[in-house]
Design a protein around this ligand. Structure first.
Ligand SMILES: Cc1ncc(COP(=O)(O)O)c(C=O)c1O
Length: 387
């Protein structure tokens, strides 16, 4: 006789690592997001600075849909001309033609590969990073992130020295020990709270690195892709890094990361690699973003809206300081902004971000944002801080 097997159906739950706002976006367009109750939100955060060309841009949607109908993926063991097309376009739009491109899938992976490459090239392993930095959550990327609470013992085996921004003497001292492979620095600090190196500091570290054969890695994962008002934030300082990492805005939400490597350094088979990186779909998304940035003059828009924002924000009370550049901005108040963010999202229906600096409201809108949308934010912010 056949035995009846009783299955117990248990619910699988998610590993609960994210503190969530109780909002469920179901559709989005441009700088707006709608939840399941059809409430419309102004998105000044772009899901951590990911949305560059605006949500569901029609050209992007049709490019991806068309590509998906042809071929979405094949591995990096056959030719994929879209990768070369993306490299060519990125070189042209960013002005970084003299770099090679390695494609991966996220910001952490881009930094992980950049650090590995620096170590391969220099045959050294110590990295200099900065106080309050964030570079991702994987092995070496999290080790060079200045946050002990997200580093497990396995990550802490990496050799990393954290130094304050803008102190060149300490850098010279550490590099003098002869065991440093690279300096990794964000173009503008994101989660840390929008602090950045001065032009003088960037120029000096460039010089010191070159003199001592230490690689300079610019993490442009958040500050790149036009967000700062130049294609990459380091371009404000007129320097040329050895390695540049990029992700977030690169494909408007499709997971893509990139490592730009100076032509001085030669590739070897097997040095880096990935299964998914540089797929047909990923390249199509990334090419489409670059086309739209160029066609719609989005970097010009960033600079125009930034100038307008700086003028308008002066009319809001209780602000101590505005930090950052372009559309990578931090508004620092003289109080903690947790409650203000909740008010903005639940009462004014505006998404903003926080940072390690609890008094700072982080603004990372799509690069397509208009002055009228900034007006809506300024009016809502005035009301919210005065209520
Ligand atoms: C400057 C910087 N680097 C690296 C990362 C990690 O990127 P990802 O979350 O795609 O791994 C982030 C993400 O916030 C970032 O802001």
């Amino acid at each position: 006789m056949r035995k009846l097997v009783k299955f117990k159906f248990k619910k699988m739950n998610l590993f609960n690592v994210y503190p969530l706002y109780d909002i469920t976006p179901v559709k989005a367009k441009g700088a707006y997001v709608w939840d399941e109750n059809n409430t419309k939100y102004l998105d000044l955060y772009g899901g951590h600075g990911v949305i560059s060309i605006g949500h569901t841009h029609p050209q992007y949607v049709s490019a991806l849909s068309e590509q998906l109908g042809k071929i979405g993926f094949y591995s990096n063991s056959v030719q994929n001309p879209l990768q070369q097309q993306l490299a060519q376009k990125l070189g042209e739009v960013s002005g970084c033609e003299k770099y090679y491109l390695f494609l991966c899938n996220s910001g952490a992976e881009a930094n992980e590969n950049a650090l590995k490459l620096a170590s391969f090239i220099t045959k050294k392993s110590r990295i200099i990073s900065f106080d309050n930095s964030f570079h991702g959550r994987t092995s070496a990327a999290v080790a060079v992130t200045d946050n002990k609470s997200i580093n497990a013992p396995i990550n802490l085996q990496h050799q990393v020295t954290f130094l304050p921004l803008n102190d060149i003497k300490l850098i010279i001292h550490e590099i003098g020990k002869g065991d440093v492979a690279a300096i990794i620095i964000e173009g503008i600090q994101g989660i840390g709270g929008l602090d950045e190196g001065t032009s003088k500091f960037f120029k000096k570290i460039r010089k010191v690195c070159k003199k001592n054969k230490v690689l300079l890695i610019l993490d442009e994962i958040q500050s790149g892709y036009g967000r700062s008002g130049k294609f990459f934030a380091f371009q404000h300082h007129k320097i040329k890094p050895d390695i540049i990492t990029t992700a977030k805005g690169m494909a408007n939400g499709f997971p893509v990361g990139g490592v730009l490597i100076s032509k001085r350094y030669k590739a070897k088979f097997g040095m880096l690699g990935t299964t998914f990186g540089g797929s047909h779909l990923a390249c199509t998304a990334a090419i489409s973003v670059l086309d739209i940035i160029e066609k719609e003059n989005l970097i010009e828009n960033v600079n125009e809206v930034y100038t307008y924002f700086l003028k308008q924000i002066k009319t809001v009370p209780k602000i101590k300081k505005v930090k950052g550049k372009g559309l990578m901005l931090g508004i620092e108040f003289d109080f903690e902004v947790g409650e203000l963010r909740k008010k903005l999202i639940f009462e004014k229906h505006i998404f903003t971000g926080g940072s390690n600096n609890k008094k700072l409201l982080r603004i990372l809108p799509p690069l397509t944002i208009t002055k009228e949308q900034i007006d809506s934010f300024i009016n809502a912010l005035k009301e919210a801080v005065s209520e």
